[in-house]
Design a protein around this ligand. Structure first.
Ligand code: BT5
Length: 325
């Protein structure tokens, strides 16, 4: 079904507003005109504005502003990421759904939801996910040792920041997983891995990006520290194109991750991070580490130089900047 629908959308888009007859579509897709009509009805129900005149044929007037697989995959330049997409209007959490299917899926498969009702941050925190954002989980099978899985958080942060910077935004990365614009969070990343005997079976890379929401869509206590691409750019951002660019950039970085020394990605990450050089307070479930962030190890741990001049590495935790640089 999905495939035929995509072919119809493609044909209608390519005709650039000229009508395409049901007969023509039926012939090229190898189905009856009645079937074509049924597909058209289902596309209309999904929000595609398609005019139909019995004599001339079908004309595509407008595509819905949703992340339909047909739209995301059309013109997608990747070879791995997004070849298969599980799409939902609403889910609890794309990471949860991705985990349920990960073992039987090929790497690169995506789970996308327009709205998450139980979007998750780290350590049981909530991720606010109304309509207008990009809430996506990517199933990866890098075959690396478990301790290297956290590197993928840095890989994803770098890719997200790069794509935002291409839009002219000063996106920076706050260790370990926030992408921020002028110190306001625009994206969060949740990496979850399953491993047996040290090798990862899969990694779920969950990426949440505030794209076309207004600040009022983010509840009050978070609003002050949050932003969206629409707010920063002062205009609506095409989510499909943004996701396509992100998947392409992420794939490039993932290939680098698999084939090059990690130090290269780390260098790029550090150049875009605003954490290094700052006074930080990192809270982990068991302790609080305060001092100056002086670096990141190859496994993504933050290196903190404490007041007593000793250094400590923190692999995961919540980082707060104590004061500005
Ligand atoms: C994160 O956690 O930043 C990871 C967020 C990952 C979300 C994606 S969406 C697709 C996939 N499916 C999921 O269920 N999750 C992933 P953390 O560093 O723990 O930050 C969470 C904190 O960010 C919250 O406690 C809030 O303070 C703040 N926050 C929540 N929603 C936000 C939003 N939409 N924009 C900005 N900040 C937000």
């Amino acid at each position: 079904m999905g495939d035929k629908r995509s072919q119809i959308i493609k044909a209608l888009k390519e005709s650039k507003g000229a009508p395409v007859s049901g007969e023509e579509l039926g012939l090229s897709l190898g189905v009856s005109r009645t079937m074509i009509w049924k597909y058209i009805k289902s596309l209309q129900a999904a929000g595609y504005e398609i005019d139909s005149s019995p004599k001339k044929g079908y004309i595509l007037k407008a595509v819905p502003q949703l992340l339909y697989p047909e739209e995301v995959q059309m013109g997608l330049k990747t070879t791995l990421l997004g070849k298969k997409i599980h799409y939902f209007e609403e889910l609890s959490s794309t990471n949860n759904t991705a985990k349920q299917i990960a073992l039987s899926e090929e790497e690169g498969t995506l789970v996308i939801a327009e709205i998450q009702k139980g979007g998750r941050g780290r350590l049981g925190r909530e991720w606010v996910s109304p309509l207008g954002g990009i809430w996506v989980s990517i199933i990866l099978k890098p075959g690396v040792p478990l301790r290297h899985a956290s590197r993928l958080t840095l890989v994803a942060g770098l890719a997200v920041a790069n794509v935002m910077r291409d839009l002219g935004l000063d996106a920076r990365i706050k260790w370990p997983n926030d992408v921020r614009i002028l110190e306001r969070k625009v994206c969060g990343i949740l990496t979850e891995a399953k491993a047996e005997v040290d090798r990862v079976d899969y990694v779920i890379l969950g990426i949440g990006i505030n794209v076309n929401m207004d600040l009022k869509d983010i509840p009050e206590p978070l609003r002050e520290g949050s932003t969206t691409l629409k707010v920063e750019l002062g205009k609506h951002v095409g989510r499909v194109a943004f996701l396509q660019d992100l998947l392409f950039e992420l794939e490039q970085q993932y290939i680098r991750f698999k084939t090059q020394p990690f130090s290269q990605i780390l260098n790029d990450w550090m150049a875009l991070s605003d954490t290094i050089g700052r006074e930080v307070k990192v809270t982990t479930p068991s302790r609080i580490i305060e001092g100056k962030a002086v670096g990141v190890t190859s496994d993504g741990a933050l290196v903190v130089k404490k007041a007593d001049k000793t250094t400590e590495e923190v692999i995961a935790g919540r980082c707060i900047y104590a004061r500005t640089k």
